[in-house]
Design a protein around this ligand. Sequence first.
Ligand SMILES: C[S@@+](CC[C@H](N)C(=O)[O-])C[C@H]1O[C@@H](n2cnc3c(N)ncnc32)[C@H](O)[C@@H]1O
Length: 244
Amino acid sequence: MATNVEEKQGNEQPSQESRHQEVGHKSLLQSDALYQYILETSVYPREPEPMKELREITAKHPWNLMTTSADEGQFLHLLLKLISAKNTIEIGVYTGYSLLATALALPDDGKILAMDINRENYELGLPVIQKAGVAHKIDFREGPALPAKNHGAFDFAFVDADKDNYWNYHERLMHLVKAGGVIGYDNTLWNGSVVAPPDAPMRKYVRYYREYVLEFNKAIAADPRVEICQLPVGDGITLCRRVS
Ligand SMILES: C[S@@+](CC[C@H](N)C(=O)[O-])C[C@H]1O[C@@H](n2cnc3c(N)ncnc32)[C@H](O)[C@@H]1O
């Protein structure tokens, strides 16, 4: 039997569903009001000023749909502090919101190897990163991340590019991230399309990568080299702790 609350939510369903279709809508929560509540109560009031500035600059960019959401930025920032990360790698920088969240969380001698095929977008955010006094922690490399020959023992990796190669990145990161280190794979709920019927209307790029995301989610859940937790933050983030 439906409770009053369920009935109420049921009545509101159509307008919420339509809001979930909006471009840039990052929440997988059932209620848009709940997502706004999180942003306004816990995220925006605690967002460091440089991250706010970069978020506002990014919002004006035509590809702003790609940016990490503010709640996910806050999550990454706290996570990096909780694990005392010092040496990290990021695949997929765009204008640098998650990169800045990371750079602000690392100690002054921390290092981030950041890779993206597009330097122009990174340069849009760079003045904010410089003003925040954290640019010295970042080693930005322009180019496709997968062929890059990296060495190191990273405490943390954030993968937010090139969804069709997530499993290839995973195999690489099993050698680059320390045992006990953490990897975050972004967009693993892929606009919620992971549960949509195959014939449901979807944007072209969502449909294209959907199969890869589904395969990746299955494979990572069966990988004994990592402990995992899939969180419905942003567009879904799968956290892995490398155990061997
Ligand atoms: C979703 S965005 C990253 C968002 C970013 N983490 C943020 O906080 O705004 C994905 C980025 O991956 C980059 N990219 C796409 N394919 C790539 C590849 N093969 N290697 C490295 N970067 C790639 C794109 O240029 C784009 O900037």
